[in-house]
Design a protein around this ligand. Structure first.
Ligand code: NAP
Length: 333
């Protein structure tokens, strides 16, 4: 049996190809292994960030690929089509990290000790990141800031956070920073009090303390904001790298020192403080307020097969995906 995999050159993300890899079938599956058919997965700038950080954060190690190539991890659903593990039945559906592929063999040890537990941890660890940033900022009383600026305001991660800030913290002004082409979309969301294009950030008033939550990871923009606001920047959190224009050699900047927001730290802290199920309960509450907005804000676009997967990958890499689209892909026939 074969799996169809989509792989990219690690040092040149423009280069991508489809390969076939040999898989065991139900009869030859090793003991305690699962054969999973990957039904569908989402692809956004987040997955491009995984590829950009593939070496640094070891994302390339998750799934096998030919030398110098990598299989980008995606979030998706799979179905167990063969199982040699007594605790997992055929037909079981799994949500979690998958490769961009049609199939995956999972060692049962991982499934029992990590896989299924991972699936729960992943749900806690990634989807609610905006929930956790909101929680983290609120817990720290916004570091004294009266407004929060979000870069790549058109990204799903940003408007998830903006929605929470807007609904839960009415006294905090939410400012979206975006590119000219995405301004109308960001304005239409209604969760930003103000929307400013990147070339106009110099016009922002500096009379009040601000916090900056950075999804774009653009060194030039960050420097411009820190120099403009100076000591009024009370928090500068790095979350994403959508613009892929981060310099490795960044100068010291005025205001709060830019630091990576590391969700697992906050998850561990809250898991201790809130006890079993505490994060899930709060996440469900945050999600149930956010999910109804998505029908209005996002069009789910489904793509199936090698051509659409390649196209959506290239469009996502080049930043050509309109912000109101959410792409769900599949390599299975
Ligand atoms: N640290 C964490 O745990 C964590 C968790 C979730 C997400 N994130 C990060 O947050 C970021 C957003 O992820 P997402 O899934 O929300 O992405 P998304 O919805 O696909 O973001 C799309 C937006 O990103 C900007 N963009 C994308 N590609 C670009 C390109 N090639 N050139 C310039 N701008 C580009 C554009 O926004 P503008 O025009 O508005 O700039 C675009 O509308 C990613 O970097 C992701 O890794 C981090």
């Amino acid at each position: 049996m074969n799996s169809t995999d989509f792989v990219v050159a690690r040092n040149d993300l423009q280069q991508c190809k489809i390969i076939e890899t040999r898989l065991p079938d139900a009869a030859t599956l090793p003991d305690e292994a699962l054969l999973v058919k990957i039904d569908r997965f989402a692809l956004t700038a987040n997955n491009i960030t995984y590829a950009v950080l593939g070496d640094q954060l070891k994302y390339w190690q998750l799934f096998p690929a030919p030398e110098n190539f990598g299989n980008i991890p995606v979030w998706g659903f799979g179905e167990v089509i063969a199982s040699k593990h007594p605790g997992i039945s055929e037909g079981e559906r799994l949500f979690g990290y998958f490769p961009m592929a049609t199939h995956l063999v999972i060692e049962a040890a991982d499934v029992t000790k990590r896989g299924l537990r991972d699936a729960a941890a992943h749900r806690q660890g990634v989807a609610p990141v905006y929930f956790l940033v909101d929680d983290f900022l609120a817990e720290n009383e916004f570091y004294g800031a009266q407004s929060v600026m979000l870069s790549s305001a058109s990204s799903k991660t940003a408007f998830g956070l903006a929605h929470l800030l807007h609904t839960l913290h009415k006294d905090i002004r939410v400012i979206g920073l975006t590119s000219a082409g995405n301004t109308d979309f960001v304005r239409s969301l209604g969760c930003y009090d103000d929307v400013v294009t990147y070339d106009r950030v110099g016009s922002l008033l500096t009379d009040q303390p601000v916090a900056f939550v950075d999804m774009a990871g653009n060194s030039e923009l960050r420097a411009k904001l820190h120099r403009h606001f100076g000591e009024q920047i009370k928090y500068s959190g790095r979350i994403g790298l959508t613009h892929r224009s981060s310099s490795t050699d960044e100068p010291e900047l005025p205001g709060a020192k830019p630091t990576w927001f590391f969700a697992p730290d906050q998850i561990r802290k809250r898991a201790r403080e809130w006890g079993p199920g505490g994060i899930d309960v709060r996440f469900s509450a945050a999600w149930s307020g956010f999910a109804p907005m998505l029908d209005r804000w996002l069009k789910v676009v489904e793509g199936r097969g090698e051509g659409p997967v390649k196209q959506v990958y290239q469009d996502t890499l080049a930043g050509r995906v309109p912000p109101d689209q959410g792409h769900i892909l599949s390599l299975t026939a």
